[in-house]
Write a protein that binds this ligand. Structure first.
Ligand SMILES: Cc1cc2nc3c(=O)[nH]c(=O)nc-3n(C[C@H](O)[C@H](O)[C@H](O)COP(=O)(O)OP(=O)(O)OC[C@H]3O[C@@H](n4cnc5c(N)ncnc54)[C@H](O)[C@@H]3O)c2cc1C
Length: 591
């Protein structure tokens, strides 16, 4: 899908949902907060989204849905999440529960589910169990083979859409010994379960996403026919991991949406509030805070752009970019929210405030991306496990690999480039030491220098050149990280993968990857992004934020950079644009 098509679709949904500050709009903050306060599942809001057809953009076109490119569904969810992460999650969960059918289902399953979901069937994804959390290979739910099908028994706990769902996709043990080939996935249609065999667990009360339907279920010899199994017996783990790669990326739309609203509210406040004789937005310290929050959103935006496009354009490396994005974006944006809070001050505490009341909800809701769909630490561990190999390749990839990476980066980061059809079954479980975003970094830096030379404005040229320097230094950190993993391997031997220091190196690798993603997006999409993007000062501040992961006290930007970034931010805010490289026009009022 072209950028202009995506933007027009995004603007269509915004127009349909209306200004969230207007209580009479279809999806207003007032109504959203009523659901949050009363902890009622947002049926009416989900219905509004269904009426527009949002869920169909998450279902493959070839079987009757309207999804062609993953980035469309992702960005639509992000726009819903900027209003209500609870309603966005409710819709997303059905999509995630459908993933096993998309990855490994029969034609009948795929078409059947697409039809049913289009008509309003809700689904839940049942992986987690009370006693095992991230250790899914210890899960206990069993599927006992019987003539014509299976008998499922066990419990799933902390499951979204637990009671409102009609169908649940479940992971169960088909081999007593477990192990990688010991799991299978099944669709259980609750409406077809024999009486007394399927029981809902009590709903949990939540800190954030209070309107969500989080609970669980207990199955006691639920019969499911063989035709309800997704893929061959024993493929459950592989299918779950591929589905999880998608889920990890999708959930980041919650972080981006929630923090967009947080920054928008902070800007509304900063533009209006006068203190000590001037507006908050004119106070130097506040300006830096706001500019940095904007930069953080753009870092998340760049990483998510890579990841959603990567599912189609680079499925062989899905294990790396889905883990990088899931570790880096929610962790970064949770901290960003603490920074927008500093600007907003006391108003963040006012639950009933007609304009700022939704802020406290976003503060709570944003946390969901930290643990759902794979805890932060689990994602960091995924990186850690591949880290030594990734760094080894990055040190000396050879010409062929480097050229391949540059080509692949061209597809991922030129947001107008046409992507191949999404085939989630092609996603790999391991990237075999390859991370094209990092491998193509030298080329990205060269392109950045060339972009600098094309600037007529001397300040822009200076900022782009400085950005290239910072990116070069970031890339230089790869050698140090490689020395680190080599040393750890020597010191820890077989225990290497559990060392806490390895996780720290993994965090820093993600930061280098984020810096590379920014450089690629700006250079490869420079001609497609609309004014005022790309911008040298904005890029430089983004890279400073990343660089701070290595040298927290080393200044990269000066007051001129902050002034320019605030200028861009104020323009996007006053023009009601999403805080993104994409220029989506939003429905938003600021007072
Ligand atoms: C709002 C909400 C919605 C949810 N929706 C669903 C759903 O729809 N479907 C579903 O199946 N589940 C769902 N869950 C469950 C959730 O995904 C799991 O609880 C989570 O993935 C497991 O992580 P945990 O935080 O419970 O931590 P645990 O797995 O219990 O781990 C505890 C701690 O141990 C550490 N740790 C964990 N693994 C490692 C590791 N490999 N290496 C080192 N340290 C580690 C981490 O610090 C972690 O915080 C939901 C949970 C919530 C709260």
């Amino acid at each position: 899908m072209t950028v202009s098509h995506l933007i027009s679709l995004a603007e269509e949904v915004e127009r349909y949902l209306g200004d969230p500050h207007d209580p009479s709009s279809r999806m207003s903050y007032q109504r959203i907060l009523e659901h949050d306060e009363s902890e009622r599942y947002p049926h009416e809001l989900v219905d509004v989204l269904h009426e527009w057809g949002l869920h169909t953009y998450l279902l493959p076109e070839e079987w009757g849905g309207r999804a062609i490119d993953v980035e469309v569904g992702f960005n639509l969810l992000r726009l819903v999440a900027r209003r209500d992460p609870a309603a966005a999650t409710a819709v997303m969960l059905t999509d995630l529960a459908f993933m096993p059918a998309w990855i490994a289902g029969t034609a009948e399953q795929r078409e059947g589910f697409v039809r049913a979901i289009t008509d309003g069937t809700k689904m839940a994804w049942g992986l987690s169990e009370r006693h095992h959390g991230s250790d899914v290979l210890a899960n206990e739910m069993r599927a006992e083979k019987v003539p014509g099908g299976y008998l499922l028994s066990g419990e799933k706990y902390l499951i979204g859409n637990a009671t409102v769902s009609d169908v649940v996709s479940l992971q169960a043990r088909t081999d007593e010994r477990g192990g990688p080939g010991g799991w299978s996935l099944f669709a259980v249609d609750k409406r077809e379960c024999a009486p007394g065999t399927f029981e809902h667990l009590p709903r949990e009360r939540l800190h954030g996403l209070r309107a969500s339907d989080l609970g669980g279920f207990r199955l006691d010899q639920v019969f499911v026919p063989e035709s309800s199994r997704f893929g061959e017996e024993g493929r459950g783990l592989e299918i779950s991991i591929k589905g999880a790669q998608v889920a990890r990326i999708s959930i980041c739309s919650m972080s981006l949406g929630a923090v967009d609203t947080a920054l928008r509210l902070a800007m509304d406040f900063a533009e209006q509030r006068e203190i000590f004789g001037r507006k908050v937005v004119e106070i130097p310290y506040s300006r830096r805070q706001l500019a940095e929050c904007f930069a953080d959103l753009l870092i998340g935006d760049a990483l998510c752009t890579e990841a959603v496009r990567g599912l189609q354009g680079n499925p062989a490396q899905a294990s790396v970019f889905s883990s990088v994005v899931k570790y880096f974006v929610p962790t970064l944006l949770e901290r960003t929210m603490a920074q927008t809070s500093v600007v907003l001050g006391a108003r963040l505490y006012l639950r009933d405030h007609p304009h700022f009341g939704v802020y406290q909800k976003m503060m709570r809701d944003v946390l969901v991306a930290i643990f759902a769909d794979g805890n932060t630490v689990v994602n960091l561990k995924n990186i850690a496990l591949e880290l030594h190999e990734l760094l080894g390749t990055a040190r000396d990839p050879g010409e062929e690999l480097r050229a391949g990476a540059e080509k692949s980066v061209g597809l991922l980061y030129d947001v107008d480039a046409k992507l191949p059809r999404w085939q989630p079954q092609r996603q790999s479980l391991f990237s075999r030491g390859k991370d094209d975003t990092v491998l193509a970094m030298p080329d990205g830096i060269e392109r950045l220098r060339a972009l600098a030379e094309r600037q007529h404005d001397p300040a822009q040229r200076r900022w782009y050149l400085r950005s290239a320097e910072v990116a070069q230094r970031l890339m230089g950190e790869l050698d140090r990280l490689h020395e680190g993993t080599t040393r750890l391997k020597q010191r820890w031997g077989k225990e290497y993968s559990t060392s806490d220091e390895l996780f720290r190196l993994g965090e820093q690798y993600c930061a280098v990857h984020a810096g590379a993603a920014l450089v690629h997006l700006v250079t490869r999409s420079a001609d497609v992004l609309q004014d005022p993007m790309p911008d040298g000062a904005v890029l430089l501040l983004c890279l400073e934020r990343v660089w701070r992961q290595f040298r927290s006290d080393e200044p990269v930007t000066d007051i001129d950079v902050i002034d320019r970034v605030v200028e861009v931010l104020r323009w996007q805010h006053s023009e009601h644009r999403l805080f993104s490289h994409w220029q989506f026009r939003l429905r938003a009022s600021s007072s």
